[in-house]
Design a protein around this ligand. Structure first.
Ligand code: PLP
Length: 361
């Protein structure tokens, strides 16, 4: 394979080509230092400048107020499943979780180790085909926070807006951060593994309201306390320097695209092309109910598993890779994050059309 193909992978996922091309050069020589980006000290003035510029760009792009801290941690989004309750719930304290998919379930399992967990909504019985509509969930009295997963990567559902609650929201935004403008101030904590919309695997973004840093539960190991990392600007220990560098370049790319309003518009158009094709007949069946559809992950089925396997195989032969659905629900899934080009979506729509004609039911 000498040329790049369209990669619909759910994560790690497609990155903007200009970012990769610049990284290719800076792996060898970062900003004229004569040292590669993977080799330079995290305490060097060049890396510290990159770090500060990246934090500042996050603030600008997402509109993050001054009373929030931005952290770059390791351990993936999955480590946040326990770090959040470990830090925010003292013994017997309560939190409410919305159960909208595999990732929410994992977060709930971990939270139960640290407190009393109320499930305010679940779509598990209908294979997580939707998220709650406005007000279609309960919050347990005395909850410290309301936890939700803004985009359910596997099932292809997405909150169209953040749930309303009188307590701070905690959000796993791993698969739709930077895909649209958000209201940070409703949130106590937002976290996101980088490998969907932000950059390579290996760094996890955490945005945390400052006052929550001081309410830490007892017996939290130093490395697992948000405060440890906030006090040292994510340099308590060696941060994942290369992933942070790439995230920084992705942020510059987002700005060049016109910021989150322009990005959202492009994402909506890409997703609409696919949903229109799905809705054209009975041949392709979308997994998510219409009002819960995700602009990031489009999950759908064909009539049989055999037909799905053939679809995925023939798509690959046309340079459309990564369309196999998650092993937990099977079927097909097209992940079309920010950096996924519209051209690739158009090519998939054309392929869906051709495949249907060549394989009538
Ligand atoms: C991918 C994903 C995760 C898991 O991320 P890791 O970094 O692999 O731990 C968690 N939540 C959501 C919504 C995801 O899409």
């Amino acid at each position: 394979m000498n040329t790049r193909i369209f990669n619909f992978s759910a994560g790690p996922a497609t990155l903007p080509l200009p970012v990769l091309e610049k990284a290719q050069k800076e792996i060898v020589n970062f900003r004229g230092t004569g040292i590669g980006i993977m080799e330079i000290s995290h305490r060097s003035k060049e890396f510290v400048a990159l770090y500060e510029e990246t934090v500042e760009n996050f603030r600008q792009i997402l509109g993050i107020p001054d009373n929030y801290r931005i952290l770059f941690l390791q351990g993936g989004a999955s480590s946040q499943f326990f770090m959040v309750p470990m830090n925010l719930l003292r013994q017997q304290q309560k939190a409410t979780y919305l159960n909208t998919g595999t990732w929410s379930k994992k977060a709930i399992d971990q939270a139960k180790l640290f407190g009393e967990i109320h499930i305010g909504f679940s779509s598990e019985e209908s294979t997580f085909d939707r998220v709650p509509g406005p007000g279609e969930f309960s919050v347990a009295e005395g909850s410290e926070y309301l936890y939700y997963t803004s985009n359910n990567t596997i099932f292809g559902t997405q909150f169209q807006q953040a749930p309303e609650a009188a307590i701070p929201l905690v959000c796993d935004m791993s698969s739709d951060i930077l895909s649209k403008p958000i209201n940070i101030e409703k949130h106590g904590i937002i976290f996101a593994g980088a490998q969907k919309n932000l950059g390579p695997a290996g760094v996890t973004l955490v945005i945390i309201r400052e006052d929550l840093l001081d309410q830490v539960a007892e017996h939290v190991p130093t490395m697992l306390k948000y405060k440890t990392h906030a006090d040292k600007d994510s340099m308590f220990n060696t941060p994942p320097t290369f992933p942070i560098y790439v995230v920084g370049e992705v942020l510059k790319w987002v700005k060049q695209q016109g910021g989150l309003v322009a990005i959202q518009q492009a994402n909506r158009e890409k997703a609409a092309l696919l949903y229109q094709q799905i809705d054209r007949g009975e041949y392709y069946r979308g997994h998510a109910t219409i009002s819960s559809r995700s602009d990031m992950n489009v999950s759908f089925n064909l009539a049989t598993a055999e037909l799905e396997a053939q679809f995925i195989k023939e798509a690959l032969a046309r340079g459309l890779s990564g369309l196999k659905g998650h092993r937990s629900i099977g079927g097909c899934r097209a992940s079309i994050y920010n950096a996924f080009p519209r051209k690739g979506v158009e090519k998939l729509v054309q392929f869906m059309d051709d495949f249907q004609r060549q394989n009538p039911l």
